[in-house]
Design a protein. Structure first.
Length: 154
């Protein structure tokens, strides 16, 4: 076999390999994008509870209200944590101040849990009687659905 034929075959082989690799990456990326959209908690809840358009609209309003409430509290927690960790730089070891800041952080975390609880009560309120069994099943899965989920930003 001549050197030029060998080089041509190698070149064609490499081109085919590159094209197949790129197409694999492209199609896998598109599928994972679709999966990410359908696996978002809001979309998962809409699908699981089989919301109609009116319920979906109500649910999206609930999400917006919930996000605003949570964002305010998370900002407050962040401020408390910044104050707490500033004490490390200042060599301030006042147990009273540190305990006070940690208590404030805990209180805000309690508020988040209460807001989340009430949010799911509100969701139950937009469910029809037929959807209540699916809602009850969803409640059993809440900790799994929301574990390791990044917070949505507006």
């Amino acid at each position: 076999m001549k050197k030029t034929n060998f080089l041509k075959l190698t070149l064609i082989g490499l081109l085919l390999l590159n094209l197949s690799t790129l197409s694999f990456i492209f199609f896998k990326y598109n599928k994972s994008d679709e999966n990410k959209k359908s696996n978002k908690p809001d979309q998962l809840i809409i699908n699981k509870l089989a919301f109609n358009k009116e319920q979906e609209s109500s649910y999206k309003k609930l999400i917006q209200k919930h996000s605003q409430q949570i964002n305010i509290i998370q900002e407050t927690i962040l401020n408390y944590k910044n104050n707490l960790y500033t004490k490390l730089k200042n060599n301030s070891n006042s147990k009273t101040q540190i305990d006070s800041l940690i208590s404030k952080i805990n209180e805000q975390q309690k508020n988040i849990e209460l807001i989340n609880y009430n949010h799911f009560l509100d969701i139950k309120g937009i469910c029809s009687q037929k959807q209540i069994p699916a809602y009850n099943e969803l409640v059993n899965e809440l900790t799994v659905i929301f574990s390791n989920q990044p917070r949505q930003k507006e």
